[in-house]
Design a protein around this ligand. Structure first.
Ligand code: GDP
Length: 374
């Protein structure tokens, strides 16, 4: 063992003044194994696929890789963000080749049962179907609308289908951004039909309308009450209204509701230029009407493509997405700015105590924000 040394801060001219010594460490046999490299940890790091591996995997339609790519895009970790964006950028030219269908309806309208049957029907026609979800409540409750659903079990086991529960919101953009990016990834993986489900409880219909080509609203019978309660705005977003659960005793009522909805639709602004939105009946229990709905979607796609309306819609959506992302990023940077983090609680209290107006509080905060940025 090397001789003990005086510490570097001791005075070399007066070694006796300093009584401390630095001893060279010695590894005891019993400690040796715990000092060995932790290979388990290393293994886990290498298990995270590279952008290159994800790119290849997604393009080959490898479901496992697609799931991991979506997880990467959904991640709230900043170091994942750059990799995810590089991946998306590279996959962008391979996306866009699907028909994007939004499906909404109140809880209990039968959305997941319908998606299961509709999805199975599409798979039986040789199409590849991806199902995504937007859960407007997930940013509050952390919940997920598809996550706990076991009813789509048939579809989830179908090799032509891919089901992804809704992401939860996070600091690098809300549920909104994540669903759009998942959509692009699914398209690059070769899915021809993307179904996006949301619970119809307000804002989410507008969000979903902004990212799909075709938007359908699932409704139930008892239309008299429902029509009065239903916001006209939601009906105006729909390219088709599906009166669902049109089976058994309910069949006749569903037919009446269909006529009622058609009468109303006649007076509303069409959701898509050049397309007449209509109501249809369908049952996911008997599967009656499912094929008709697919016919309607196909006819919509054909008309929309030949008139250029669909192309135009996607352009508008891309522009809106850009603006939504800018707003997301501004908000993120503002609330993560050190000066803002410091000052916001104080300014909040001043506003609450009535010592400051909201406008002057905002002005103060923006001064702090821009000052630091310059
Ligand atoms: P969601 O909340 O909109 O996703 O609705 P679910 O798919 O969970 O369905 C709600 C209930 O309606 C379930 O008990 C289903 O079995 C039932 N249901 C769904 N589709 C139909 C249908 O076409 N006919 C009938 N009679 N019941 C249905």
């Amino acid at each position: 063992m090397a001789a003990d040394k005086k510490p570097e801060w001791s005075d070399p001219t007066k070694p006796d003044v300093c009584s401390s010594v630095v001893r060279k460490g010695e590894v005891l046999a019993a400690q040796e194994s715990s000092l060995q490299k932790n290979t388990r940890f290393k293994k886990r790091i290498s298990a995270e696929p590279s952008v290159e591996e994800l790119f290849d995997g997604v393009l080959k339609g490898n479901r496992g890789m697609l799931a991991r790519a979506i997880t990467l895009a959904e991640s709230n970790a900043e170091h994942h963000f750059l990799n995810a964006q590089e991946l998306l950028q590279r996959l962008l030219p391979y996306s866009g080749n699907s028909i994007r269908i939004g499906i909404t309806g109140v809880p209990g309208a039968g959305k997941s049962t319908f998606i299961e049957e509709f999805g199975m029907y599409l798979c039986s026609m040789g199409l590849n179907v991806a199902v995504l979800a937007i859960d407007p409540s997930s940013s509050i409750s952390g919940g997920s609308i598809l996550g706990d659903k076991t009813r789509m079990d048939q579809l989830s086991r179908n090799p032509r289908a891919f089901i992804r529960p809704s992401p939860s919101a996070g600091k690098l953009g809300g549920v909104h951004r994540k669903t759009r990016e998942s959509l692009l990834l699914c398209e690059a993986a070769g899915f021809n039909v993307i179904l996006i489900e949301t619970v119809g409880v307000g804002q989410s219909e507008v969000i979903i309308r902004d990212m799909v080509d075709f938007f359908m609203l699932l409704v139930l019978t008892g239309a008299g009450d429902e029509l009065q309660g239903m916001k006209k705005g939601i009906l105006e977003l729909a390219d088709a209204i599906i009166v669902h659960k049109a089976d058994g005793d309910n069949r006749q009522k569903a037919e009446m509701a269909r006529k009622d909805y058609n009468r109303i639709l006649h007076f509303l602004q069409p959701a898509t230029k050049g397309w007449v939105s209509k109501a249809y009946t369908c049952s996911s229990l008997t599967r009656e009407g499912i094929d008709k709905i697919w016919e309607v979607v196909q006819s919509f796609e054909k008309t929309g493509k030949s008139s250029g309306v669909l192309f135009e819609r996607r352009n508008v959506q891309s522009r809106e997405w850009l603006h939504a992302m800018i707003a997301d990023q501004l908000q993120y940077h503002f609330y993560h700015h050190p000066e803002i983090i410091n000052e916001l609680p104080k300014i909040e209290n001043e506003v609450i105590a009535g010592g400051k107006t909201v406008s002057s509080a905002v002005e103060n905060l923006f001064k702090l924000f821009f000052h630091k940025k310059e």
